[in-house]
Structures are given as structure tokens and as C-alpha cells.
Design a protein around this ligand. Sequence first.
Ligand code: GLA
Length: 741
Amino acid sequence: MNIQFHETTKTFHLFNDHLSYILCVLENGHLGQLYCGKRIHDKEDFRYLIEKAPRPMTSYVYENDRTFSLEHIRQEYPVYGSTDYRHPAVEILQDDGSRISDFQYAAHTIFAGKPKLPGLPATYTEADGEAATLRIILKDPVTEIKLELLYTIFAYGGILARSARFINEGTKPVHLLNAMSFSLDLPDKDYVWMQLSGAWARERHIINRPLEQGILSIDSMRGNSSHEHNPFMVLKRPYTTETQGEALGFSFIYSGNYRIQAEVDTHDTTRITVGINPSGFDWKLEAGESFQTPEAVMVYSAEGLNAMSQTFHRLYRKRLARGYWRDRPRPILNNNWEATYFDFTEDRLVEIAAKAKECGVELFVLDDGWFGKRNNDLAGLGDWFANRDRLPNGIAGLSERIEALGMKFGLWFEPEMVNKDSDLYRAHPDWILQTPGRRTSHGRNQFVLDFSRNEVVDCIYGMMENILSQSKISYIKWDMNRSITECYSAALPADRQGEVFHRYILGVYDLYERLTSAFPQVLFESCASGGGRFDPGLLYYAPQGWASDDSDAVERLKIQYGTSMCYPISSIGSHVSVSPNHQVLRRTPLHTRANVAYFGTFGYELDLNKLPEEELQEVKEQISFMKEYREILQFGTFYRLKSPFEGNETVWMSVSEDKKTALVGWYRVLNNVNAPYTRVRLQGLDPDMVYTDIRSDACHYGDELMNLGLLTSDATSGEVSREEKDCGDFESKIYILKAKE
Ligand code: GLA
């Protein structure tokens, strides 16, 4: 990895084994983008890539010159309103009502490592040589605003992380109306755009759309990153597959309103912008103040989508997630939500936990309903103290009983919310986000606390800290069950209301930071009605997230497959729940429910007391299987082999670092009769090792399994005995392959 500056051509070349990223200072002092793609040789001069030609109906920067127009030049951080009519990376409203800016190169520094972004989640380095950073300083001569663009290239993978910082060195306040984290102009439009979209209980499904002249974008204006669109997008070539072809993934390390956009112009160049959603955003920057944008990460792969995902997995698992649990296999848990909903007593919880313990579960999690007057979803949020009617010994007493069983105890919170029927709301009715004179909408009968205010965050921290320090708590599930409406803070003046959404998220990050620092061994799992805030921002604080409220195994194939495009398997909260399933009422075999959930954090979302003896036996076997293989399942190299979006079968696998063990998950939704023979080519094995399939004892070389494939035929011919239970709908298998010594 290296960052070269060529003085005579004012060109920067950031490169590692996979990626070259080249930019230069243009004749007007702005930054031009020259190349982003597979590693090429470094040299002094790439400026021939700045193509200019006089074209009709174009506006030019300099009088008596009919070539230099920003409209035709690929740029790094385009400004609003001056010869470039594409969407800009920055727009600043100034004192006199003007919006033009002119950021010109002033200086740069190149250094090892990567600086922290204060108050924001971001990727980081741990040792020398992991990354190098280029900081380019630009200045707008009129407003005297300094702009610092940060580019970090990591030593492995085609990773480039970017962010921007604005410092008002002038004398007058300005308003930042648009401040993107990442902007990149590519020379052609020959891409398919891929996004992860859906809805509550149907998160992160893969959607492909070809780029054409015009704009494609995904965004959120909900205050959270949203179930609807994950802050992630891939541009892939039409011929790109999982294993070959170019792919450029863009991921935004942020949990609030965002926008990711691709704009193809008249000349078929493509502008990518990633950042805080400009819609509703207006940040007042007083003289002397600064504003730091969140970080966006690009991963370039020349070897298809799998390689891109593996790079994201490694980066986000090792250098975005932090803390005690980062590298530790995750505890197998039993959560009581789908087992009891709001209907429980202390004894009933202990009964569920005791059975779970008997089966080998390590952590019991008490979900919603333990606090205040929370007997249903009408009351209680905001009152983070135990409901003594249900839990006479409080959380401390319950947690002791759970620990006495030999298990760890975890607890659910929804820190950002309040019900009107709560002591907190009665004491502080002005603490919610609400617009004066307007109706305040609710979601699930709850209102959103104004986390842009320190005193609100302090108060919630105090209550949580109290419970955590007085009880034996090893895990927290942090939920967020509604989006923000009528966003307005009673604590901010009129000209700062456009800051509330972002300040809210900074408040969320602040509370996470304080709790994770005070209780470093507590495992945090993020959640927002399932996957409404499953984003890299929260991964910095919570190394795992509840991927979806849909726990049905068949539905989960698409959700988990889509999620794996960007997020490591160790981050994907996945549980076995009852059959028929509570969301889709589907009946699936117990082994299939587990076979899907293994590729995630794994746990149970049911009352094991209600299972028949033979299923309990199966659960015990599942848990001991997971304990044996979770390290590989969660931290191994993950490959997608067959997509649930393309057919009846899904196949994926995880391979241990030493390549000596591989676990292949094979899933078939509907049974076929008299179907063709099937096989699937595996990946990531050692071609020279001989692997034993420990279910069948069959032995094959790695190269056989990767080239001619693993035989997976398993259809009934129409003549098999009706008793054959492994041949129905919703069938699945885990193949365990072990290298012979
Ligand atoms: C959300 C979560 C669920 C559960 C409920 C409790 O929907 O996603 O897992 O915690 O809230 O109210």
C-alpha cells in the first residue's frame, strides 16, 4: 500500500495490490478524478485522462477559453452552481444568500494509519502498516472555509475510506446544505446498480437495475438507516458474477438519514455520491466551528461479488466492530419474545431459561415488557426500572436466578423512546421530538426522545447505568421501533432545526459510546423492529444486530443472503423459532430452521419446554454442533454459491482460515418430483487436500469439489416411501467437510 504525490503534475496515486485511485489538482485548483480501478503502474503523469473538448451549450470557467468546463471533467468533490450541472458534493448557503463555492487546493499531508473521527463511528487501524491516509486541504477564498478531504487506503483488499471536514475560518456563519462523504466520477455507465431493499420483516433483498442516463438513488428520511434501503450499493459490470468481474461496493458508516446516488450524464459518465441526505439537512457553521461528515467506504473487486463481500466482512469484523466480543464466538442465546411476548412472570422466565440451560444454551435474554407499567405496548417506555408486579425481585433478583442456573443474562432496552403513559413523559413532556403547533404522530404508541439534547441522553444513561451496575447483565438488545416524524427540537433555535436529525444520531452514538466504555464486557445487539437500523454505524458499537423480525427459515434465506453482501456473518442475528412460524405461519422442519440460523449468531426464540422430547434431543445436538463449529461459521471465509433470488435452491459455505474445515449449507424451498441431478461447485478449499464428508464418509480432493462439484441431488422420484422425512418441502442439509491429515 502506498500513496504517491507527483509534484510536477500535482497528481496523487493511492494504491495497493488490488486498487489504484488517482486524482489530481485541476487548473482551477479543484480536484479532478483520473482513475479508480484495478491496480496499475505508478507514473508521473496521468493528466491525459482529463479530456476536454469544446461542445455546444456548455458553460466555461474562463473567458476566452472554450475547453475548461467542469461539466465535462470528472471530479473528486464537485461544488454547486458553477459550470457543472450534475448533483454536487457540497452546497453552502452564505450570509448574502449566495450558494457558490470554489474549493481550491491549498496543501496536503500523507501519513501512516488513520485518524479517528470525533463522535462518529469509523474504520480504524491497530498496527503500523495497516493503512495510509492522504489529507487534502482546500480553501474557498470568499467564505474562507477550509475543507479537509480524508482518503485512507488499507493494505489489503481494494478498500478506500473517505470523509470530509469543514472548518469555518471566516468571520460569518454559513449553512451547510449538502456535505457528501464520498463523491466519485467514473468514465462510463456500463454498470448494473445493486441495492439491498425491502420492508419490515423483508429486509435487504437484492434488487438490480441497469444504469442509464439520469439518476438512480436510495435514501432514508426516517431518522434511521431504514428497513426500506440499506446504506449500501454496488456497481457491477453486466458480466460480473459472484466469482468474476468488476464490482464497486459503497457503504456508508452512518445510522441516520442518508442518500446514495448514481447520476449518469449526457456523456455517459457516472457520478456516485454517498452522504447524509441533503433533504432536510441544514447545518449552521458559525465562525470558528467545524463539521465532520461520517465516513463512507468503497471496496473495489476485480474478482466478483464474493471477493468484494469478503473484503467488507474482514474490514467490518476486524476494523469497524470493536471491543471484547469482536473476535469471540457469540454466545448461544434464548430470547423470550416469541415465547411469551408481554405475558410472563419471573418464575415463568426462569422455567424457560432452565430448559434452555439443560439444552446447552449459554445466555438467556429477557425482551420487552420488564419495566415501568409495560404490560402491553401502550405504556412504560422511558421508565427503565423493573416492573415489580411481574418481577418482584427486580432485574437484580432475576439475573441472579439466571446466573445460578449457570447461564448469562441479557436484557432488552429501547432507550430512544417514550410512551405518554410513563413517569418520564409526565416529568418531561418537552423531551420528545415535536413541532410547535403541529400534531405529533406516533408509531406503536410511542414517541421519540430528543437525543440531540445532552440532558436527555444523560438521563437515559443514568437509568441504564443503574440497572447494569446493580444486576448481572452480560448482553443488551438495543431496540428502536419507530421512525422519526415532525422532527424539531425544543432546545435549538429556528436556524438550527436542520441539524436535529444528525444531532439525534450523534446522541445515539454518544450513549452507545458511554455504555460500551463503562461496561466493556457486555455484548450489545442492535435492533430496530428487526433490521431497520442494520448498518455499519451501529456495528462500531454493537458487533451484532437482529437482522429481521421475520424468523421464518425460508424468508431468512433471502434476508441473510442479501445481508451477507456487505455484513460479516458474525453480525447477523439469527434464531430458531417455532413452527408454524409467527410471521408467515409456515411449517418448516426444525433442522432447516437451525441450518439457516447457524450462519449467524444463533439462538432460540421460543419456549423449549413446549417441544416434544425428540425435538429437544435435536435441539441439544444443534447446540453442540454450533459450539463445535461457530468459530468457522461466524469468522470463516463466507462464499455465496447459489442465490435464493434466482431459484429454488440456496447454497452458501464457510471455510476455516486454514482451509481444513468447510461447512456447506444447502437449502431447497419446494420439493421437486423426479427432478434433475444437481451439484454445486464449492469455493475456497485447498485443491490438493482430500476432504471427508463426515456425514457420508465420501472423500474428495478440494479440486474435485471446486471443479466438478459436490453432488446435492436429493429429489424424490415419486416412488420413495412417504416416511422418508428428509425429502419434503423446506429441506436442507449441512455438509461438514474435513481435510484428512
Ligand atoms: C421489536 C424487535 C423484536 C422485539 C420487539 C419487542 O419488534 O425487533 O425482536 O424485541 O420489538 O417489542
